[in-house]
Design a protein around this ligand. Structure first.
Ligand code: ADE
Length: 404
């Protein structure tokens, strides 16, 4: 694999990202980021490379690193560097390299940040506070990052506005649900090559990601069990037709487990004790803390890879299998979300970054939502790209609605 295969992957992605292509043409004319340094920390695969390139076409100097140590596609990183973007990322970074690459991209003196999971925003606040005065703002991709940035804002320490792109309707309704719904199964299917129909799949968490993963598991013919801590979401899962029970009760029944909670230690030793021989565990949440992989490693220091991306752990008299080291299965074991979904998500990222620049004097140092006009524009562009048309309110209907 080399820059040429990375370039091919990028061109395939670009061909299927018409919304971002339209935005790139507009950016090229208007140069909204002229003279600005943009630093990106995202999962570095072909769709992300396109976003970086679009920002560059808008006049930015772009430096990019990875938001996860094992999700970079090295050939794409090479291809992006060949297009003039500053890249510090490789697949399989050590913890020290992960930090070093953050330091190196941040050495480009950023004015705008595009973050996924909150590590970049945290790095400038706690490791490089000297950079804060030059930063106009940040865009955050994911639920976990939004939670971390909101906590920073609540503590009064957030030094610039952050747009929670994840809060955009065109993000979480489609990317978290249908994006992860497809890409998590893509990772599981590619890695295991096993049949899903008729199997028992346990989905932990029924937020947008869990809803998508459960929906597509059912579509593949699985019997789906949902575990939850939130009573409302548990009712929703029940009414959506899934079995609902605590993880300890689901543990002996499940053949596949997919964690989608964003929280820590969701599947731990008592669950491993209760599981069947051969149970397959993976995670679709941002951090690798949902399945207690450290506990499995301590229990079986001899654990080993039995197939690419599948680690086998002896647990008393049985074997348990973990996909992609318990990191995001869709990116560790596949190519991430489908291209068209990331077209919508990254359209929101690009337009939110432009919004930060255009409104730099007036935005509060808080976590703010995606402006409605951006969601509206992105959804209409998506419909156009699919040649779908919808109705418009008549004047009579507008007057009727306005009369309440
Ligand atoms: N590709 C790039 N970023 C991604 C993300 N956050 N989730 C899934 N696929 C992606």
């Amino acid at each position: 694999m080399n820059a040429q295969s990375g370039e091919q992957k990028m061109q395939w992605a670009i061909r299927h990202m018409p919304i971002l292509s339209g935005i790139a043409e507009q950016f090229e004319q208007e140069q909204p980021f002229a003279g600005l340094n943009v630093v990106i920390a995202l999962h570095l695969e072909a769709k992300t490379a396109n976003l970086a390139y679009v920002m560059q076409r808008g006049g930015a100097h772009v430096a990019i690193t990875a938001s996860n140590p094992i999700t970079t596609q090295d050939d794409v990183a090479e291809a992006l560097a060949a297009r003039g973007v500053t890249v510090f990322a490789k697949r399989g970074e050590t913890a020290a390299e992960y930090k070093e690459y953050f330091d190196r991209v941040l050495a480009t003196q950023p004015n705008l940040l595009i973050d996924d999971g909150g590590d970049l925003v945290n790095a400038v606040h706690f490791s490089h506070p000297e950079l804060l005065p030059a930063i106009i703002g940040a865009c955050e991709e994911t639920t976990t990052g939004v939670i971390r940035d909101r906590a920073l804002a609540r503590s009064g320490n957030l030094a610039f506005p952050v747009i929670g792109v994840n809060e955009g309707l065109c993000k979480h309704l489609f990317d978290n649900r249908f994006g992860t719904g497809q890409s998590a199964w893509d990772g599981i299917l590619r890695t295991t090559n096993l049949n899903i129909a008729g199997k028992v799949v346990v989905v932990a968490g029924y937020g947008w990601v869990g809803r998508g993963v459960a929906l597509r598991a059912r579509g593949l013919g699985a019997q789906v069990i949902v575990t939850e801590v939130d009573p409302i979401k548990a009712v929703e899962a029940h009414m959506d037709g899934y079995q609902v029970m605590p993880m300890l009760e689901a543990a002996p029944l499940g053949e596949f487990f997919v964690t989608c909670t964003g929280d820590t230690r969701v599947i731990t030793a008592p669950h491993f004790n209760a599981m069947k021989d051969g149970a397959i565990l993976c995670n679709a949440g941002h951090f690798d803390v949902e399945v207690d992989v450290h506990c499995l490693q301590d229990h079986d220091p001899e654990h080993h890879e039995v197939r690419h991306g599948i680690e086998e752990y002896a647990w008393n008299d049985k074997r348990l299998y973990v996909l992609g080291e318990g990191r995001l299965v869709n990116l560790a074991c596949a190519d991430g979300h489908p291209v068209e979904i990331m077209d919508l998500t990254f359209a929101l990222q690009a337009l939110s970054a432009e919004y930060l620049v255009n409104h730099r004097e007036s935005l509060p140092h808080e976590l703010i939502g995606v402006p409605e006009a951006i969601d509206d524009m992105a959804s209409r562009a998506f419909l156009d790209s699919r040649r779908l048309r919808i109705d418009a309110l008549t004047d009579e209907q507008k007057a009727y609605l306005g009369s309440y």
